[in-house]
Design a protein around this ligand. Structure first.
Ligand code: PLP
Length: 693
């Protein structure tokens, strides 16, 4: 049972970073600038947008959050520079791969212009995108594999923009560059950068991007060779940048320090070699605390933005002082940290699926059905002491059940009875497990075995692809009903046909958990927010099952629950998805227009048309019961029973009056089971009354 309030249970203060908090009416509120006077009720926002005819799933972008993140980054660096007496300037660079959506890039440019923000391209198409929005003074860093066409486009950009940096990632790129310069003799050349292949690598999922075996970067000997080559071709004066990147989402501050020190030493050596390096670009990697644990776990970081800036400035300063070289201008290419918070997806739960596990195990079982007899016996005799052993036996018997059925020894009815008894055993094991001092690893599968599936109207692959591809954690919480206790352990299943289309990893304090508790579904929509989806999710999205991009809104919060929709990108229609996959929607109309409303179908949403009521749950309606227990006159017994009930997931609330225990239990079918658990715990019980809720 959850004793803390739902805001605490969903750990909103931990991952919400001061942007999200529970508020009036149990709704989730957003403060996009962290100013307490500028706030928005997310539930109210969803209702208002739906009243305009746009239904969940809905994607929201809050450019004010981009502005906050950029300004926090820039301010952290300028404070750090002051504190450590660092004389070089700092320029934030936005790598558009983190979110290349034009309105996002434009919002970043607008928000970042007071801080001199630049843009980074990792491919020719990213460069073309950037060139269509960049201003003359926007610094441009061109990374990624380059062929002659990409190089020529960089030269075109350099001709008009003030500061274009062509970063050499492979020695062979120098040959292409020198040959183009020799043949075309451009009036204006880009600045050159060299990406160093550092020994230091990052941590977590993206650590392979750095280290000795990284895909990109020049080794120490290649850097020396590259400098000789440029000198020979009269181009060394253009080499003004040293670049390094050890991978995205660097989880540990120790790695950041190691990366700065190694890059700083290479910089100092290049200065000694009389290479005119002015800028050190320390790449991306500034991470995001997705799970709110402030740890070095895969989807967290054990440092803040301020600490990151201090770390970079302090260690670069130390190396420069020690090596007696000037403090370089610093660039960082933070994509994730700038964009992750600013976008979220709101989805609605359509229905709940759960395994039926009726508690009646007294079905007529023939003595010769040995496996069924064994299962019943296991159910009856299993207790907290023999739990692991009996649970193992039950899993084994379930396997046997399938084998005996497949060779024709058991019929379908017998198999069904066996499975039902097995699920009763699992249910009993779940109830017994919390009473064990240390829950054995073997029982970890229990919760997910019994967890309900909250079937939700969205596609994981379209909206949070990293949840499937790399098991990334995204914070998830309902945007309303935060004043109610969530009681239903569940995973989230999307509406794609793929069994991987689910979310079954959730943030927890020290590790991840496989289920999360949600509220019971009622005759009203139940909205969940999937948060911190602003980085990489749009770019990695795919159209599995031809689900398209949801209706997308850019929102500016103007005051206390007032807002303006600054931009709306309509959802992909069925026609859009057909066209993208090589079909001709008009042929659909010509062929089927007489039988179906072709226009309505083609212009319709790729998602389910929302059924406004989630519907009552079948067979598992909570009931209130009253149980007489003799021992309740003893204060010690009262406190024992309180502790005991607090651990029972099937009990959502309880109260003790004299010798009576009044409680709400998930389903009337669980009453005999609860009685047997109480009896096993040494209480003499007598159930007196039961009222349907
Ligand atoms: C060269 C380069 N710069 C910047 C980034 C962005 O990294 P992040 O989003 O972690 O800030 C990446 C992504 O991995 C990258 O490859």
């Amino acid at each position: 049972m959850i004793t803390e309030n739902a805001e605490q249970y969903y750990r909103i203060p931990d991952w919400g970073a001061g942007f999200f908090h529970g508020g009036k009416a149990g709704h989730l509120w957003l403060r996009p600038t962290k100013d307490p006077l500028i706030k928005l009720d997310l539930y109210d926002l969803v209702e208002k947008v739906q009243n305009q005819g746009h239904f969940t799933p809905l994607k929201f972008h809050f450019p004010q959050m981009l502005q906050y993140s950029i300004s926090k980054l820039a301010k952290s660096f300028s404070r750090a520079a002051k504190e450590f007496n660092y004389s070089g300037t700092y320029t934030p660079i936005y790598p558009i791969k983190a979110n290349p959506f034009a309105p996002v890039v434009e919002a970043v440019l607008a928000a970042g212009s007071p801080h001199g923000i630049g843009l980074e391209a990792g491919s020719i198409s990213e460069l073309a995108a950037i060139m269509s929005v960049a201003k003359k003074e926007t610094p441009l860093v061109c990374n990624g594999y380059k062929d002659e066409t990409y190089m020529r486009l960089i030269l075109t950009a350099a001709n008009q923009l003030d500061r274009v940096y062509l970063v050499i990632e492979k020695f062979s790129e120098l040959l292409i560059f020198a040959s183009i310069v020799e043949t075309t003799k451009p009036a204006k050349l880009p600045f050159l950068g060299i990406r160093a292949r550092l020994h230091t690598h990052g941590t977590g999922k993206w650590k392979e991007s750095g280290g000795d075996f990284a895909k990109f970067g020049l080794t120490a000997s290649e850097i020396v060779e590259a400098c000789d080559f440029l000198e020979k071709h009269g181009l060394l004066n253009r080499l003004t940048m040293l670049h390094a990147h050890i991978g995205s989402q660097v989880t540990h501050s120790r790695k950041v320090k190691a990366m700065v020190e190694e890059t700083g030493m290479i910089y100092a050596e290049m200065i000694r070699m009389e290479v005119p390096i002015k800028i050190v670009d320390l790449g991306g990697g500034l991470g995001v605390d997705y799970d709110g644990s402030r740890s070095s776990g895969e989807f967290s970081i054990n440092y803040t933005v301020t600490e990151y800036a201090n770390n970079l400035i302090f260690h670069m300063k130390s190396v420069c002082d020690q090596q007696e070289v000037p403090d370089p201008e610093l660039f960082t290419e933070s994509g994730r940290a700038i964009t992750a918070y600013h976008s979220m997806l709101i989805v609605d739960v359509m229905e709940k699926h759960s395994l039926s596990h009726s508690m009646s195990v007294d079905k007529s079982i023939e003595e010769e059905d040995k496996v069924l007899v064994d299962l019943v016996e296991t159910y009856q005799l299993m207790n907290a002491r023999n739990l692991v052993e009996y649970f193992h036996d039950a899993v084994h018997m379930k396997e046997q059940l399938h084998t005996l059925f497949s060779i024709g020894v058991l019929n379908l009815k017998q198999k069904a009875i066996g499975e039902q008894i097995f699920w009763n055993i699992v249910q009993k094991a779940i109830e017994l497990a919390p009473r064990m001092d240390q829950r054995p690893e073997e029982l970890e599968m229990l919760d997910s075995l019994m967890a309900s599936k909250y079937v939700t109207n969205f596609s994981t692959f379209r909206s949070v692809p990293d949840a499937d591809s790399i098991g990334q954690i995204f914070p998830i919480a309902p945007i309303h009903r935060l004043g109610e206790v969530p009681v239903e352990s569940a995973i989230i299943a999307d509406i794609t046909c793929d069994s991987d289309g689910k979310i079954d990893r959730f943030a927890d304090i020290s590790a991840t958990r496989s289920t999360l508790k949600f509220h019971r579904l009622k005759n009203e929509p139940y909205y969940l927010g999937i948060f911190l989806t602003g980085a990489y999710q749009d770019a990695m999205a795919n159209s599995h099952n031809l689900f398209g991009t949801p209706d997308t809104f850019f929102i500016e919060v103007t005051g206390d629950n007032t807002f303006e929709i600054t931009h709306h990108v309509p959802k992909d229609t069925i026609a859009d998805m057909l066209i993208r996959n090589g079909y001709h929607p008009q042929l659909f109309g010509e062929k089927w227009g007489r039988d179906a409303d072709a226009t309505e179908i083609l212009n319709g949403s790729t998602y389910l048309h929302r059924i406004p009521t989630a519907g009552p749950e079948q067979g598992t309606r909570p009931v209130s019961i009253s149980i007489h227990i003799d021992q309740l006159d003893c204060p010690r017994c009262r406190s024992d029973i309180r502790a005991f009930l607090s651990d029972l997931p099937m009990v959502s609330e309880f109260k003790i009056t004299e010798n009576h225990l009044h409680l709400t239990i998930a389903s009337s079918e669980l009453i005999p089971h609860l009685e047997s658990l109480l009896k096993e715990a040494g209480f003499s019980v007598e159930t007196e009354s039961q009222e349907g809720n």
